[in-house]
Write a protein that binds this ligand. Sequence first.
Ligand code: ADP
Ligand code: MG
Length: 316
Amino acid sequence: MSEFNLIAKYFTRPAQHADLGVGDDAALIRVTQGQQLAISADMLVAGTHFFHDAPPYSIGWKSLAVNASDMAAMGAQPKWATLAIALPEVNEPWLAEFSKGFFACAQSFNVDLIGGDTTRGPLTLSVQIMGEVPLGQAIQRNGAKAGDDIWVSGMLGSAALGLAYLQDKVLLTEPTTSHCLNALTTPTPRVALGLALRGIANSCIDISDGLTADLNHILKASNLGAELVLENIHCHDYLRTHLNDANIQQCILAGGDDYELLFTAPKSQRTYIQQLSQQLQLSLSLIGETTSELGLTVTHHQQAVDITKKGFDHFG
Ligand code: ADP
Ligand code: MG
């Protein structure tokens, strides 16, 4: 199969909001007046970010989902993506499933695949995403204020438990196994939440490397410290069934790959945020407060918790 047939068969779909999509030397898009273009790229490398034998559908989904999550964290509406893919061989059943997963995610979040590059090499997916946000309304990491509430969406730790299972570090039973593996391989980017937080949140980040590691990015950028209350961070009950306290803490505080949103907001926004949780049917937990004093402390029923175990750091 030629490169061009492969692109036509697996990576060409009608574009909803591009003047020109896949097929020419470049795609053509129009940025809406009054909007800023938000641009981000995330690469997934086989053996580093996923196992070589991972289901191709989930690799396709996740390669776009992690990028849409970056748009969500900025309060941007994802619209366009490009996909650069290195393939060791042309494996049509693999490509068909990968493409299905990629476009399932694209359809869920109304993103057009408008171009890319296809080459032979060790399995690598590099997606660039572009979205729009009204001028000046992007939610940045450096906007947190002392005394902000700290919030997190969803339940934490399931993806980390799924990874521990794949690494033979823990035994799980159904339906927990499927639930954790789904959390790890097909995360849901919180796009609607990100959009609703425009003008509400002072700062926001998506959790890819672990709660404390990612919170530290906000604190550093905003020159603040924080106090977190561990018992207010939601996780599924099955974490308690399968893990001891230390491991639960490790999964919740340092486990990566949850792709939930961590944000800070003035206390005056509490009612709005609680209503938003109802509206989106997504749990939003108030887990702490930012402080003008630097440093991050975590307590569990008023007892200090050791947080020296850090999130996954590729160069650590
Ligand atoms: P060129 O040689 O001009 O760079 P290519 O042969 O690399 O063009 O690609 C042909 C067309 O297919 C271009 O529009 C490019 O953006 C698109 N394309 C290539 N690979 C992919 C891919 N994996 N996903 C989506 N579009 C792709
Ligand atoms: Mg090219």
